[in-house]
Design a protein around this ligand. Structure first.
Ligand code: ATP
Ligand code: MG
Length: 237
């Protein structure tokens, strides 16, 4: 069981291929090849690399959506194979590029239907993120119904909702797949500030697209065709 999580993540010589149906894996199938890195408690790490280099795959593996073929993935020194998946996911919040919203009100989209989360906590998190302004402008505020896939909200608003959701769950580990879609300057500023808030006091892995995010991270992992090419700070690389 994972009770108190410090939020250390380590990849030790990880080899991974998506095909694991008992077929022999050929050289070309390896999506991650001997990937090793260590992320300390509270560190902000950016992962960069060309499309297809394996960035999202690393995230899939940390969440244990797939099992690896060789090597080890450790959280706080514990092999994630030995951690209950639901237990693991309680400590990790993932904010993806394409925000998944469902039909239901804003509140439910933030709490994911967990009735134990008081609305006060949701409002507080919305204020910290800077989402409260647009939510309160909606005719029904937090009870405004979100249409299928969030059709009645802008891209930026959907992102902000997903940030509030992550903050409400207050995980020790935050994974952020930074969105590439363009938003207006004002929204960009709000999102920028929201990301900073979200990263406070937790270990964060960010698939970074913004130069500012890369510059502000403690470490940058450069992936190239499934291999770690370099690890260092922005100044070092
Ligand atoms: P992008 O910048 O485009 O998001 P990425 O670095 O996140 O790229 P991944 O999504 O990790 O790249 O993909 C790495 C490789 O794994 C790609 O060649 C991709 O086609 C393959 N791949 C990704 N997901 C799957 C899957 N579910 N099944 C099979 N192959 C996959
Ligand atoms: Mg990706």
């Amino acid at each position: 069981r994972l009770e108190k999580v410090r939020g250390e993540i380590e990849f030790k010589n990880v080899w991974f291929a998506y095909r694991d149906d008992g077929e022999v894996i050929s050289e070309d199938d390896w999506i991650l090849k001997n990937v090793s890195f260590k992320i300390n408690k509270g560190e902000k790490v950016a992962i960069v690399g060309a499309t297809g280099s394996g960035k999202s795959t690393i995230i899939n593996l940390i969440c244990r959506f797939y099992d690896i073929q060789k090597g080890q993935i450790l959280i706080d020194g514990i092999d994630i194979k030995r951690i209950d998946e639901r237990d693991l996911r309680k400590h990790i919040a993932v904010v993806l590029q394409d925000v998944l919203l469902f039909s239901g009100d804003i509140l439910t989209n933030i709490t994911l239907g967990n009735g134990e989360i008081p609305i006060e906590k949701v409002i507080e998190a919305s204020k910290l993120i800077g989402a409260d302004k647009f939510i309160e402008k909606l005719p029904n505020g937090y009870f405004e119904v979100v249409q299928e896939r969030g059709a009645n909200l802008s891209v930026g608003e959907k992102q902000l909702i997903s940030f509030v959701r992550a903050l409400v769950y207050d995980p020790k580990i935050l994974i952020l797949d930074e969105a590439t879609s363009s938003v207006d300057v004002e929204t960009e500023r709000i999102i920028q500030g929201a990301i900073e808030k979200l990263l406070e006091n937790r270990t964060a892995i960010i698939i970074a697209h913004r130069l500012s995010t890369i510059q502000n991270s403690d470490k940058i992992i450069v992936l190239h065709k499934g291999e770690v090419r370099e690890i260092g700070t922005h100044e070092e690389l």
